[in-house]
Design a binder for this molecule. Structure first.
Ligand code: PLP
Length: 438
């Protein structure tokens, strides 16, 4: 019986891929041509899916238009970087201003000061900030800063965590991992963190974690876990780094403000550059003084594009004019409501909805999902069928089940999505493709 279910799933996946491919000859041709010069035809592995990812011809608001004439409601929101939608006028104006005033100046402009002021005002842990080109780079800088100010080596991270392409602690991540002295704890398991604080002569320099794991499975930390880790770090002089590259969207001051748990260092990225290349790390004036020779700081922080004029002005415009408390609170509430609706639609079927605020995870397994390790029970074939089913209905989300709402989506989009999601999983149910046993 189990073998029949597996093969029926395989056949259904092959059918879904074939239907998708047959309708998209232009994307297929472009994907094949691109594969000659780009490994797998792309330059960002997370965008790959079978049989080939559609090619985008244009994007506006919350819509993607592909080269074969299909339009998708964009629920992926560029893995959270697209929170503002595809063409927010405030950002477009900042870009146009920069086009008129020149770029690649190799000198200090006005944008970095403004963006720094805005972000330092917002994030409780951030007195001073520095900009980078990506969230990965922000995390690398924060780790090295923590190691420098503590004089310690070890970096404690959680199994399954993703903090950038060179800082991935899930399966298959180790080959590209930075050669730091990493130690591993289990997310939402305070004892597993405490075990690394047992030897006073061998304490970690920092603990790096997300207040809610994004790529790790859209899994929230429990309050007990976060406050416990905060306490351990405070007691032992270990820097607590919150990677808020994704979770900063939870309020104007990120997850830390919403939760009332303040880290020592914070890393940021994604949408805070207005949708342009962006990263940042910040913390107390004392720690960040390591970069200030006037205060005895010895560290230099290079990066040709750290203050690129487009991002600096676009980010400042986005934060000042679009990412208001009202807008972020409304988006948070909209995500909470969507999650509740999906949970109701699923009922007792073997699918789990996780997340917090405007980030939602849909997993092809029965609950509970408390940490990334739990996701080994998820069925990739069912996940792919949900993904392709939704694409066929005109909705784009991550194949791994991530939804990151953007401000460009409206209630009608989400109503239509819930209807489509219901149709897709009802169809799988009727075809006996949602196995309730592994
Ligand atoms: N940290 C988290 C939590 C992320 O989700 C990501 C990217 O998805 C990163 C860091 C890396 O950011 P970037 O892709 O800008 O290097």
């Amino acid at each position: 019986m189990a073998a029949e279910v597996v093969s029926a799933l395989d056949v259904a996946v092959q059918d879904a891929r074939a239907t998708y491919a047959a309708a998209r000859p232009v994307s297929a041709a472009q994907a094949a041509a691109a594969a000659k010069v780009l490994p797998a035809g792309s330059t960002r592995s997370v965008l790959d899916f079978e049989p080939f990812p559609f090619r985008v011809a244009a994007a506006s608001g919350a819509r993607l238009h592909d080269v074969d004439g299909f339009t998708y409601v964009d629920l992926l929101g560029d893995y959270t970087a697209g929170l503002l939608g595809h063409d927010p006028p405030e950002v477009a104006a900042a870009v146009e201003e920069t086009l008129a005033r020149g770029w690649a100046v190799g000198a200090i402009g006005d944008g970095e000061h403004r963006l720094a002021e805005l972000l330092c005002e917002r994030f409780p842990s951030v007195d001073q900030i520095r900009f980078t080109n990506s969230g990965t780079e922000a995390n690398l800088m924060a780790i090295q800063l923590a190691r420098f100010v503590t004089g310690r080596r070890r970096v404690l991270v959680c199994q399954g965590g993703y903090h950038g392409g060179l800082l991935y602690f899930g399966s298959g991540g180790s080959a590209l991992q930075m050669p730091f002295d990493f130690a591993m704890a289990t997310y939402n398991d305070l004892a597993s963190v405490a075990a690394h604080f047992a030897d006073p002569d061998d304490l970690p320099a920092c603990v790096l974690l997300e207040p809610m794991m994004g790529a790790g499975g859209v899994i929230r930390a429990t309050e007990e876990f976060l406050t416990g880790v905060r306490r351990l770090c405070t007691e032992h002089g270990t820097r607590l780094i919150f990677d808020e590259v994704m979770t900063s969207r939870m309020s104007t001051g990120g997850a830390q403000l919403r939760l009332g748990v303040t880290p020592d260092l914070t890393t940021l990225g994604k949408y805070l550059g207005g949708g342009l290349t962006f990263g940042a790390f910040g913390g107390s004036a004392d720690d960040m003084g390591a970069f200030d020779p006037a205060r005895g700081g010895a560290l230099t922080h290079g990066g040709t594009f750290n203050n690129n004029a487009f991002t600096m002005r676009a980010g400042a415009a986005a934060v000042e004019h679009v990412l208001t408390a009202e807008a972020l609170d409304a988006l948070f509430a909209r995500g909470e409501a969507l999650r509740a609706r999906l949970v109701a639609v699923i009922g007792d079927r073997p699918l789990t909805v996780t997340g917090w605020g405007s980030m939602v995870g849909v997993h092809a397994m029965a609950p509970p999902v408390r940490r990334p390790e739990d996701l080994v029970a998820a069925d990739p074939a069912v996940a792919e069928l949900v993904f392709h089913g939704l694409l066929a209905e005109g909705f784009y989300m991550a194949k791994r089940g991530l939804i990151a709402l953007s401000l460009a989506l409206d209630d009608d989009d989400l109503d239509a999505f819930v209807t489509a999601f219901t149709r897709v999983i009802d169809d799988l149910t009727h075809r006996s493709l949602l196995p309730s046993e592994p």
